[in-house]
Design a protein. Structure first.
Length: 237
């Protein structure tokens, strides 16, 4: 075969082979590599952390913490995170924002003792609370219509919307002597205090008789007495 012919055949063969190789690489993606996927982040549990500690934890976990709001809470320390918008353990893209709610100190119930029901109700409403008045109770020292006691007591931390129950004085009118015989001494004294009465305990020692139980009372049950009257209670010990 002529030398030039051999050269031409070799040349065209190499061209065709190279073209086929390029086609195959392009057609089937040979030697092509997709970029590696970006690693995601796992959301940590931020509840209970302070804002500063949560931010440091979030930075280490490659997420972004955003303070969404503050709310009063009796279950968490003021300044601690109580909720987060993305649950802990969830996979998210790196630097994904996570909104958090931070606890504030609960407001405190204002004092309303000594006020009228109208004034007490106004003061409580201004602070976000409601008033509920129990039946008036005779009282020798607090004028009629004024509040004797409240529950919860003043300065107690409580969520807004809570009801404050007040005891209103009925003045120094007479009250019916309650029956306290058979009660424990502590319960008897509490029952007397609720109607504005005091107590004086006379102790006896009787065998085979329950201790700290009221055995007798003076005045007797249902008698009319003035608020502040001392009731004589006899109890065994």
């Amino acid at each position: 075969m002529h030398g030039s012919t051999v050269f031409l055949i070799a040349f065209f063969t190499s061209v065709l082979t190279a073209g086929g190789t390029v086609y195959a690489i392009d057609r089937f993606g040979i030697l092509h590599h997709d970029p590696p996927p970006v690693a995601d982040a796992i959301v940590p549990d931020l509840r209970g952390f302070s804002e500063a500690d949560a931010s440091a934890n979030a930075q280490a976990s490659h997420i972004t913490v955003l303070v969404g709001s503050h709310e009063p809470s009796g279950d968490a320390k003021p300044g601690a995170i109580v909720r987060q918008s993305v649950p802990a353990g969830q996979h998210v893209p790196r630097e994904h924002p996570v909104s958090v709610v931070i606890a504030e100190e609960l407001p405190k119930v204002p004092s309303v003792t000594g006020l009228s029901v109208v004034d007490a109700s106004k003061r409580l409403e201004e602070k976000g609370y409601k008033l509920q008045a129990s039946a008036p109770v005779a009282n020798a020292t607090v004028p009629e219509g004024q509040i004797i006691a409240q529950a919860p007591p003043a300065e107690t931390p409580a969520e807004k919307g809570k009801t404050v129950t007040v005891q209103v004085s009925a003045g120094a009118g007479e009250v019916d002597m309650p029956k306290v015989m058979g009660l424990s001494l502590k319960n008897a004294q509490t029952a007397l205090e609720k109607v504005g009465l005091d107590s004086d305990v006379r102790w006896v020692s009787l065998a085979e008789t329950p201790t700290f139980i009221v055995l007798s009372q003076k005045p007797k049950p249902a008698e009319k007495v003035k608020p502040g009257t001392k009731v004589e209670l006899t109890a065994n010990r």
